[in-house]
Structure formats: structure tokens, C-alpha cells
Design a binder for this molecule. Structure first.
Ligand code: IPM
Ligand code: MG
Length: 352
């Protein structure tokens, strides 16, 4: 098993280090670990946020464990050199079109949710976010209007095959859970969304056992805080998925708890090639202080064990160790507690 570790910027290296301690403790047979530079770190050392050698390393691996990218010192660079281009480039170059973002309530954290505990308690949902298309990857630019005003523009589009493959991921995920799929779009306004909805309905015929319904994204945002327990699997486009997954994280208590998997079609020896990352960013304001919560990174490693390394038992062990850590009252600063990055890592290892 070949693992490329791309820790990146800000708190990325700190939280990734704890995930690597957990992997080390599992004593996985035949695991080779490589380290590569991405983001602001990639730009400073190689002049590009996604240096060619890093991309080659990722392509040669069975899985990528990703930290975070984003660095305020790079915000003035032209867009193609900004740290965020590293993750966008990896997703596209590696064909990682399906982003799984689970959000569930951990026992003992109900009071920390932005929602009332009795509502938060019921959260156990999975957001399936399309990751290779939409307004993220359309043509974009700056131009002048006929009368000389500056105008920024971004093209939003989805082709039917792009929608169909993420639809199938969504339906398959629902089949492995409670059998309910909610497709989120803005079909009352956008043609992109009309096609999205049409293809969802067509694809439903392949999965007669799944109950499909549709929500407009504004309503979905409202329902997510009103009654998140109603959701099983949500499938949506790149932009809406970006927004709804951050929202879901606060319903659970902290963005420091949510892992993610970005999967494509390439099979590896033990599973499917994927990139695994916490959904939080580089958090430059708290970087280097030892206070970041590493649980999202550790849970991302668990998803990697499951999807890329075919080690469901180890994945479940890690998830149980995290659940026990939280149930025992260990809280990071993000959850109003006093436990630092290392202390949380220690607690997870002890519970493992
Ligand atoms: C995410 C992030 C990225 C995104 C940024 C860093 C480009 O917000 O993974 O959710 O918008 O996809
Ligand atoms: Mg985001």
C-alpha cells in the first residue's frame, strides 16, 4: 500500500501528524509512506502550489492523505498560483469526482451543536458532493462591459454523464445506508440544475429500492438546521455541496470533526484510489500553536482504510477510538475544551 501524504499549509501538518501516529499504531503490513509539498508550501519550495513531482507522487500512490491548503501570504498571487489551486488540481487531474462528507452526532457532543440537543442528536447524514464540474471548473474571467464597467464571470454547467456518475454514487451510498436519497439543486432558476434533476430522475430507474426526493438548495439549507434528522444521503453539485457541508459541520458541533473522501474510478489492489482530507481549511490564525483538533484528519485516515486499503476492521477501530475519546470528555478548543492537538492524539491512541 503506497500512501502519499500532502500535509500542506497552516494546521495541515499538525493534524496530519496525528493521523499518521494512528496509522503507525495499526502496524499495517507493507505500507510505504511518501511526503510531498502542496499549497503555499509547494509554491515556496517549487514555485507552484501543485508541483509536477507532487502530482506524479499522488498518481503513483494508492491513496492520498491531504492536510489543508490556504495561506494569507499567497492571496495576492495570480489565481493559478494560489494554494487552493493545489486541491482543485488534484481533484481534477486524479479524476476524483465523488466527494463523501459524512456528518453524524457523536454521543456527548449534543450540547455543543449550534442546534438544540434534541434536534442535533438525530444527525446521521452523508453529503455526496460532485467534485469535478460545476461553476468551479467552468470558464471564468474578468472583462469590461460595453460601457466600461469591470465584470467578473464564471460559467456553470454540467454534462449529463457527469451528473449520471455522481447520481449512481449517491444511489449506491443510499443503498448501503437507510435507502433515502435527497437531490439538491436550484432547478427553479438554473438550467444546469434542470438537467441535474432530469438525470437524477432517469437514474432512479436503476435503483427502484431507493426513495428519491428533490429539494431546492435554499430549502435544503433551511431543512438542515430545522430538522437534519430527516436526511440520509444528500447528493448535490460542487458549489452547493461546498456550502451545505460546512453548514452540516456546525450542526454536529465543530468543523474540526468532519472527514471526507474524494473518490474516482481507478481501482487499486485493495480498493479504490482516493484522496482523504478534513473538510476544514488551513486555519492560519491558529496554526503552529498546537491547538488544532486532529479528529477530522484521524477520521479521514479511517475513511482511507475503508475505501482505499480494504481494511474495514481497522477503519471501525479508529472510528470507535475517536467516539470513545469524545465520550470520555476530551474536548479540543474548537469544542470549548482545553485539549491540544497532541493530547487529543494521545487520547485516541490510548483508546485504540
Ligand atoms: C472544501 C474547500 C475547497 C472547496 C477550497 C479550499 C477550494 O472549501 O474542500 O470544501 O471549495 O472545495
Ligand atoms: Mg469548503
Amino acid at each position: 500500500m503506497k500512501l502519499a501524504v500532502l500535509a500542506g499549509d497552516g494546521i495541515g501538518p499538525e493534524v496530519t501528524a496525528q493521523a499518521l501516529r494512528v496509522l503507525d499504531a495499526l502496524r499495517l503490513p507493507r505500507l510505504t509512506i511518501w511526503h510531498g509539498d502542496v499549497g503555499g508550501a509547494g509554491y515556496r519550495r517549487h514555485g507552484h502550489p501543485l508541483p509536477p513531482e507532487t502530482l506524479e507522487m499522488a498518481k503513483a500512490a494508492d491513496a492520498v492523505l491531504f492536510g489543508a491548503v490556504g495561506d494569507p501570504d499567497c492571496d495576492a498571487l495570480e489565481r493559478r498560483l494560489r494554494p487552493e489551486q493545489a486541491i482543485l488540481g488534484l481533484r481534477r487531474e486524479l479524476g476524483l469526482f465523488a466527494n463523501l462528507r459524512p456528518a453524524r452526532m457523536f454521543d456527548g457532543l449534543e450540547d455543543l451543536s449550534a442546534l438544540r440537543p434534541e434536534i442535533a442528536r438525530r444527525i446521521d447524514l452523508l453529503i455526496v458532493r460532485e467534485l469535478n464540474g460545476d461553476v468551479y471548473f467552468g470558464e471564468k474571467g474578468m472583462r469590461r462591459t460595453a460601457d466600461g464597467r469591470r465584470e467578473g464571470w464564471d460559467a456553470m454547467s454540467y454534462a449529463e454523464d457527469e451528473v449520471r456518475r455522481i447520481a449512481r454514487t449517491g444511489f449506491a451510498a443510499a443503498a448501503s445506508r437507510k435507502g433515502r436519497l435527497t437531490s439538491v439543486d436550484k432547478a427553479n432558476v438554473l438550467e444546469t440544475s434542470q438537467l441535474w434533476r432530469d438525470v437524477m430522475v432517469e437514474t432512479a430507474a436503476e435503483f427502484p429500492e431507493i426513495a428519491l426526493d428533490h429539494l431546492y438548495v435554499d430549502n435544503a439549507a433551511m431543512q438542515l438546521v430545522k430538522d437534519p434528522g430527516q436526511f440520509d444521503v444528500i447528493v448535490t453539485g460542487n458549489l452547493f455541496g461546498d456550502i451545505l457541508s460546512d453548514q452540516a459541520s456546525m450542526c454536529v458541533g465543530s468543523i474540526g470533526l468532519l472527514p471526507s473522501a474524494a473518490l474516482g474510478e481507478r481501482q487499486t489492489e485493495h480498493g479504490i484510489f482516493g484522496l482523504y482530507e478534513p473538510i476544514h481549511g488551513s486555519a492560519p490564525d491558529i496554526a503552529g500553536q498546537g491547538g488544532a483538533n486532529p479528529l477530522a484528519a484521524i477520521l479521514s485516515a479511517a475513511m482511507m482504510l475503508r475505501h482505499s486499503f480494504g481494511r474495514e476492521d481497522d477503519a471501525a477501530r479508529v472510528e470507535q477510538a475517536v467516539a470513545r475519546t469524545l465520550a470520555s470528555g476530551i474536548r479540543g478548543y474548537d469544542l470549548g475544551g482545553q485539549a491540544g492537538t497532541l493530547a487529543i492524539g494521545d487520547a485516541v491512541l490510548a483508546n485504540l
